[in-house]
Design a protein around this ligand. Structure first.
Ligand SMILES: [Zn+2]
Length: 63
């Protein structure tokens, strides 16, 4: 799906122009955003794994 920047209409990924207002769809911009989103997801997974490792490996010193 490709969302139109002008009217927020969802269009099929194969469409070159918005079905609602006829403006060209920002396909490259959407791909870049998707890649950025995926990088953020992997960052979150990495952070979770890092925290789990720290919790398991570091000794708990309760005084
Ligand atoms: Zn539109």
């Amino acid at each position: 799906m490709a969302k139109c920047l002008y009217c927020q209409q969802d269009n099929p990924a194969t469409a070159d122009e918005c079905e609602n207002c006829g403006m060209p769809l920002p396909r490259l911009a959407e791909q870049a955003a998707e890649r950025k989103q995926r990088r953020f997801l992997w960052f979150c997974i990495g952070l979770t794994v890092f925290c789990a490792v720290i919790i398991v490996w570091f000794p708990r010193t309760i005084s």
